[in-house]
Write a protein that binds this ligand. Sequence first.
Ligand code: ADP
Length: 850
Amino acid sequence: MRVAQKVLKGTGNGALPPMLEQYVRMRDEVAAQLPHAILLFQVGDFYETFGEDAERAARLLRIALTHKSSRDFSTPMAGIPLRALDSNVERLLAAGVCVAVADQVEEPGSGLVERKVTQLLTPGTVTEERHLSADENYLAAVATGDGYALALLDISTGEFRCAAFHTRSALYDELSRWRAREVLLAPELSGNPALLSDFQTRFPVMLSPANFEEDGCCDELRTVLGEVPGSLNSAALRRACGAVLGYARVTQQGELRMVRRAVRFEPGAHMRLPEAAVRALELFTAQAPGGVALMDVLSQTRTAGGRRRLRAWLRAPLLDELSIRARLDSVETLTRAADLRTGVRSLLYRAHDLERLSARVAVKRATPREVASLARTLELLPEAVRLLDGLDGLLGGVRTRLDGLPEVVTRIRAALVDDPPIRAGDGGLIRDGFHAGLDELRSAAVGHRAWLAELELAERARTGIGNLKVGFNNVFGYYLEVTGPHLGKVPPDYRQIATLKDRARFTRPDLREREREIARLEQAAERLELEVFTELRDSLAAHAEALSEAAGALAELDVLSALAEIAVECGWTRPQTVDGGARLTQARHPVVEAATGGKFVPNDAVLGPGRTTLLLTGPNMAGKSTYLRTVAICALLHQIGSFVPADGADLPVYDAIHTRIGASDDLAGGRSTFMVEMSELAAILHGVTARSLVILDEVGRGTSTLDGLAIAQAALEHLHGTGAHTLFATHYFELTRLEGEHPGLVNLHVAAEEDESAHDGRGGLTFYHQVIPGAARQSYGVEVARLAGLPAPVTARAARLLTALNTGSDDGRLTRELAALDLGRLTPLQALELLHGWQRAVVGAEPQQA
Ligand code: ADP
């Protein structure tokens, strides 16, 4: 009872009504599996929540909070109608709350209705199409031991992979690639407040507890995979993998058949692409609200699976030159053969999400409609195979994997009608002529229906009642209806069953008999259809492996042809993989280019031996940041096997792209901008190698000018020493003198011209967005001051002073006087007098005394 009080937050000491007792019991059971879940408890036409759940639900779903009270007990209560379940579940999941659904599993009678938990829904483990986004839905688990281990599971496709890491930052980088919707943290991590808060700051997703105990985890692996795979050669790996499977199995209520193997991947097999770079290069989301991400421009894929695969490629650019070349070869083939490309793409357009469908088939959960979609998609494959005929490389591999499933199609097509209903239980899904028993039942029913159809005419003739009607409703079943004036003509074998205002309804024993017979036949047919369908569906599970291979091949084909399509549409070129230097001719930033609509100014970039650091100066808004990102995006696209937005490109294989861009737009977890900037810079300086590409924009802007300048210079010198290809954009004009001091460090600037007539302190600059050799002509220090927030009159005055200094006017004279002073021979009084005079000259009047 004390437990009940706690769960229910109720008041009063009396015994709970039986229903609430049942609720408390189920709520406790759910809490043992998903501690933070809200239990939606069916009470008639509503799902109710009670106690603290009710308070949370009312707040999150914005529904009314009432009270459930008995004679001496009262508890908060909030409910949603049954039909609003899906939308409310979605809202709860989006708010990071797990949901358990308890349904009534028997018709309500006089006693307590039996209920059962039918669904456990968490953000990372939902599999029903209506709760899923078309993008990937990873559930992740993290454990430590000898290093760190990460396991990732996408239940909707069955994809299951894991990796081990030496450092936490490597783990973070990898985890950020996958954008898991829910993360399970081993107790050694979640129990450490500093680590936990660090984690929550980086990954603002649901963090759920799970069982990470090693023996239990190994049991879990054996249950799902049949063994503890040898590749899981550390306790951390086994625990992370087992925890993910265990948690997923709880939410799937025991079934996890779509998971067939654990793929151990080497994080080192891919380019390092830290979280900061993914964000700064705006790969998946633009930083400005409503902005365009790179993925949006690249999204020429035609299927959900293709889109997921493209995201995976973007997250994990390749390091292996041969693999890069293999993708580029296929993309090139598809750019050259327009017929092949359009043929493949129009075919993909008609494909359904084969990965998800295969996973549904594997777990034997596919609905009739899903099975029909599967068939429709598989029917496209022979055409794809034909289109890819004679091709080698990746496309040849795709062809092989798409081949050999026609038999499955034939089987489905033979059994299932073309447009079956969603639910399997309602009948109408199996084709005539497929099952002899079913056909028999159906033709028997047809005979009875024909009798019914003729009954109306026959009875009109027999009784002489011209408007006699045969009707049907759910209460009375079939009836004969006669209107008032004709009631006298009703024959004696009619039995009245209902009287309406101006008419009456009748039945007859033989009518009742036919009706019962039709119902019996229909029910038998429905049952049989369900059986036939279940058998079909289960037999498809045997093809799960081949189906998922085909799904993977289709996704790959989609990405390759999408990349080819973009290359053709946007005039991109095939990059050449080279050793050492990078050379981009007329490169463009694909997103900015699309936004500037034909006005984009392409630029060249050359990096290589004797030229490893490019120091880029120029005023704000000149295009420095765009230039930096252009180079990084070209490098990234090259390594996912894509053509690049340039007229020519020679690119080395970079082991990492590091970025530090933007000073004000990413306040994370309450740390100051400067702190964020410095910790990102620290991570870069620690991780960079001679084979990395480093993009730094405005380092040091988050602090005072002198500090910032000092840090920027030190960082620049350090990076230059590593030999990494570095692009460094800065307002600090002072840094340009480093060119002479460090061989290989080269000044560039973005062309801009000052508009003489604009002296309002706003700079009045015309931008050409053209990157040219040499340092910017002036320091733009006044502009920095403006950016820092100095009042407009002050920056306007500064701009005038600057002009004056440069042209040798009065202000210039002051400077020269100052320079010529011999401080050793100056008395304090003389100094004050001089200062007073200068002040008067500068302010232009007698200064006001305080
Ligand atoms: P900075 O980093 O120097 O402040 P940005 O790179 O952010 O400047 O560019 C500012 C704006 O200038 C961009 O939003 C874009 O509209 C425009 N721009 C930048 N580069 C180019 C270019 N090469 N061609 C045309 N417009 C450009």
